[in-house]
Design a protein around this ligand. Structure first.
Ligand code: MTE
Length: 323
């Protein structure tokens, strides 16, 4: 019997929506407010350009001061390369979703903080960003697909958001959710994915100094294909844990089930810490392709961040920490 194995996030080409530039009038209105005059029937590509051209109200905050504590063993990936090699399934399954993602309406953008907190709240992204001090950090980024990059992210420690949220002592995890708008995001019309994209971390992980909420990259506000206006960067874990375009943080005592875990639990779990010695069920994790250079480098335990995070996992040997 001939069995074709596909990666967790690969779907047959025949299922891929061709209308990458599909666009809803509603989402344009949400993003553009009244600043754009809509020409009914105008080419969707033109509308995409219009949304992408809207000024970002946080632009004056960039570039932020670099925190020199987080250094790299490799050059930063070229921005153009990085901005054209993405995983953002809401906009398609190919790596080249950058153009399609430009329809993402990133203002207004409200974050919900709820669950086991003293007082649930909603906060606009700009109010949040301006309450905090942004900094730049260079981090490695390792996808479970065995490729890696290095990025200069701008953002703030996740711990600052936890502080603001004032979780109850009973909260053990933070569950995060991406926006849900199938009219805007063609990938969300593919019903075989359990949308919206969800991810979760323990409170210890959320408050670890490396856990970084990202609002920008390469010295300016975050590009839509990277998960604007707010995404996570957990550099010691496989990239699928670093959820993009977050709209909700819920504090809970139940371990959240991520979208990939819900879809393929035998391959993608809750912890997903990088470990070169534990292969994915269908490929090795011993090394990674450095995107943009074609080079292969040995993969490092916790993606090279053991000194910061190894203690989080002491006594958890019975857990599936590496997938
Ligand atoms: N977040 C959402 N909402 N949707 C996604 O498809 N893909 C994940 C993660 N976050 C994904 C997501 C995966 S598999 C990876 S490797 C990284 O985002 C990719 O981030 P990048 O495109 O900025 O490199």
């Amino acid at each position: 019997m001939n069995i074709i194995h596909r990666r967790g996030w690969e779907i047959p080409d025949r299922f891929i929506t061709p209308e990458h530039l599909a666009f809803s009038r509603r989402s344009l209105l949400a993003g553009a407010a009244s600043t754009l005059a809509l020409a009914p029937g105008a080419a969707s590509a033109q509308r995409v350009t219009d949304v992408a051209k809207l000024p970002d109200p946080s632009a004056d905050l960039y570039p932020a001061k670099r925190n020199e504590k987080y250094t790299l063993d490799r050059p930063i990936t070229d921005e153009k390369v990085n901005g054209n090699y993405n995983n953002f399934y809401e906009f398609g399954t190919a790596k080249t979703i950058a153009a399609a993602a430009q329809v993402l309406a990133i203002r207004p953008w409200t974050l919900k903080i709820d669950g086991m907190v003293e007082k649930p709240m909603e906060v606009g992204i700009d109010d949040l960003i301006r309450k905090l001090t942004l900094e730049e950090r260079t981090y490695r980024h390792r996808c479970v697909e065995a490729w890696g990059m290095a990025i200069a992210w701008t953002g703030f420690p996740f711990a600052k958001l936890v502080e603001l949220a004032r979780p109850l002592g009973s909260a053990q995890y933070v569950r995060m959710e991406t926006f849900m708008d199938p009219k805007m995001a063609p990938g969300q019309r593919q019903p075989w994915y359990p949308w919206p994209y969800v991810e979760g971390v323990t409170m210890g992980e959320a408050t670890n100094e490396l856990a970084f909420l990202v609002t920008g990259a390469y010295g300016h506000p975050l590009a839509r294909q990277h998960g604007a206006p707010l995404r996570l960067a957990l550099p010691w874990k496989y990239g699928f844990k670093s959820i993009k375009s977050i709209v909700r943080f819920s504090f809970t005592d139940k371990r959240p089930k991520g979208m990939w875990e819900a879809l393929q639990p035998s391959e993608y779990g809750f912890w997903a810490n990088v470990n070169p010695q534990v292969p994915h069920p269908r490929w090795s994790q011993a090394s990674e392709e450095i995107i943009g250079t074609g080079e292969r480098k040995p993969t490092l335990l916790f993606n090279g961040y053991s000194e910061y995070v190894a203690d989080l996992y002491k006594g958890l040997d019975s857990e599936r920490l590496w997938a």
